[in-house]
Design a protein around this ligand. Structure first.
Ligand code: ARG
Length: 580
């Protein structure tokens, strides 16, 4: 159910009935002051400006009309003008009660499917032969939450892991693999070390670097041996990354990989095409595109190189090809890229060329869902003590072991395999939630203590609410009490009302997250619902309530809250334990 959409439609109808064609969007938004209203419409102010009349006067007329229409007194309890011309709406309690009846039986919890579109999501996208680091964690987690949310809403989502599997570094990696492989394959378990070693030899050993350069050329020419060695490097890296994905509960699989190398064959044709249409030009042997929107300090158009003097292509060239492919071949209606904010200009330039060439029409959105860096408590980039990058696998292992210690203190009765399982759910959940709950556009401070806290907007807090609900319902079941026989639900206390309203706002929240690609909005929603429930739980007898009708009502609300929390967390890729 989308209350906001329903109320917006009612308001629009009333405006039409007054003979006004609204030239601005009319939207009812969740009120920021719940003590005054459930929803507020502030569109009368811009509309009045257009009509050149006082906003309050327009709002009065609209309210008057809304009061004459049927939803008034059934769905709408009161509709009033406030302040500068806002329309405040309060919903009717019995309508709210009716709206949640039966919801617990619906696996979608009343959330409608949207008209399906095809959305391609580019995320995670680590570089081969380097271990995944914290920078890839953000893209991986946020991108996956976006996949889950859009799929739940009914869209067709194609996940793409655009791995960095191409480039001149593969020459030295192949040469090094060749030497290492014959005596010690296991060295590759330390990919970071392998890469460093290869680089060192490349810089210091002439014969080695000569061989490496030959391999680059051979690889590009499709030489079978080099292709096979390259393939091995990609596979070994991705097998290791897959372990991170699995532990993280991220839905990426090997089938989602389509790396930079996959676009290689498209590149010569794109260069020819751009040259032939005078979008690109040759300049001292390289191929360059000048974009009006990008100027250097002197105010001259800035050139984007798309083919180097030596004939090599660039990261930008690949991104031009991949946008083209996603539209032309995958038929995407919308393409989302979850990439570090530092790559924003790179993407904007690649897409400016894509649009100029008409490779992707303007009604197909290319969206950079950028995010900031992960910082340590001192506000510095998150690094090891020695200044190296932190391996994702080590970070995740630490999350699980910290969670384990925490559970051992709090719930010493949980042991063995149960303890391991719970530690994974809580530790991984905490890392994911810490990231997802921040507005992704800014840098964020990675802090173990706050993410594993049972208080505040954290995964453990919400998971704990879910686990408590689970055990409460279990207790009710053992006592033969059920929410299923609820007849004639009613909304009684202010606390119950707030929970009911929040439950009914799930769809609006999901739609918002889907549109903006901002999972922190879902986190905020779940945190508020869990907080409302905790207060309700602390102040209201549930199992101990003597009045059977009230007890069933409260059990039903408990049940529904548990379902909404679980569903919301599932769109974030976070699990709820049954106990903790
Ligand atoms: N491999 C890149 C990196 O590690 C990210 C690729 C993102 N996707 C893209 N289409 N450029 O920074």
């Amino acid at each position: 159910m989308n209350i906001s959409a329903i109320l917006s439609t009612y308001a629009k109808e009333a405006i039409h009935q007054l003979g006004i064609a609204p030239g601005v969007p009319i939207t009812a938004k969740v009120s920021l002051r719940p003590e005054l209203a459930d929803y507020q419409i502030d569109s009368m102010i811009p509309l009045a400006k257009q009509l050149q009349m006082p906003p309050r006067q327009l709002a009065e007329q609209v309210v008057e009309q809304m009061r004459k229409n049927p939803p008034f007194s059934t769905m709408i309890e009161s509709v009033e003008v406030a302040g500068a011309g806002f329309i405040n709406i309060r919903l009717n309690n019995s309508w709210l009660a009716e709206a949640i009846a039966g919801l617990a039986e619906d696996p979608r919890l009343g959330v409608a499917l949207q008209a399906p579109t095809h959305i391609v999501i580019d995320y995670s996208s680590p570089n081969v032969a380097k271990e995944m680091h914290v920078g890839h964690l953000r893209s991986t987690i946020i991108g996956d939450a976006s996949v889950r949310t859009l799929r739940f809403l009914g869209h067709n989502v194609t996940k793409v892991n655009h791995i960095g599997d191409w480039g001149t570094q593969f020459g030295m990696l192949i040469a090094h693999l060749e030497d290492v492989e014959s005596h010690d394959r296991l060295t590759l378990s330390d990919l970071e070390g392998f890469y460093r070693e290869a680089k060192k030899r490349y810089d210091q050993d002439n014969d080695f670097s000569k061989r490496a350069r030959q391999y680059v050329v051979k690889l590009q020419q499709g030489d079978e041996y080099c292709r096979r060695m390259w393939q091995q490097l990609v596979e070994i890296s991705m097998q290791q990354n897959q372990q991170n994905y699995d532990l993280l509960g991220v839905s990426l699989t090997p089938a989602d990989i389509r790396g930079e190398s996959a676009y290689n064959e498209m590149l010569p044709d794109i260069i020819d095409d751009l040259l032939a249409r005078h979008i690109a030009q040759e300049e001292q042997g390289s191929v360059v595109v000048y974009l009006d929107a990008y100027k250097n300090k002197q105010g001259e158009p800035m050139g984007v190189v798309i083919r180097k003097q030596d004939g090599g292509y660039l990261y930008t060239t690949t991104d031009i090809a991949c946008a083209k492919y996603r539209y032309e071949t995958l038929n995407a209606d919308r393409v989302l890229y979850y990439i570090d904010a530092r790559q924003h200009q790179h993407l904007m330039m690649a897409w400016a060329i894509v649009r100029k060439a008409g490779y992707v029409p303007h009604d197909v959105a290319l969206e950079h869902h950028k995010f900031g860096m992960m910082l340590d408590k001192q506000g510095q980039p998150f690094k090891t003590r020695e200044g190296g990058t932190i391996k994702l696998s080590e970070l995740l292992a630490e999350a699980v072991s910290r969670a384990k210690r925490l559970i051992e203190q709090k719930s010493p009765h949980i042991v063995g395999a149960d303890l391991d399982e719970l530690a994974t759910i809580i530790g991984i959940g905490a890392v994911k939630y810490a990231d997802l709950s921040k507005n992704r556009t800014t840098d964020y401070i990675f802090d173990w203590d706050s993410m594993l806290s049972f208080e505040g907007n954290t995964a453990p807090y919400i998971q704990y609410a879910g686990a408590r609900i689970h055990s409460l319902l279990e207790k009710a079941r053992l006592q033969g009490l059920s929410w299923q026989e609820t007849q004639g639900l009613s909304v009684m206390t202010a606390e119950e009302r707030a929970i009911v309203l929040a439950i009914l706002q799930l769809e609006e929240r999901l739609n918002l997250v889907a549109r903006e690609g901002m999972p922190n909005m879902m986190c905020q929603y779940l945190f508020e619902l869990a907080s409302l429930f905790s207060r309700f739980y602390a102040n209201t007898p549930i199992l101990a309530e003597a009045d059977g009708e009230k007890r069933r009502n409260r059990l039903y609300l408990t049940q529904l809250t548990g379902q909404v929390l679980a569903l919301g967390l599932s769109t974030l890729g976070i699990r709820v334990p049954e106990r903790m």
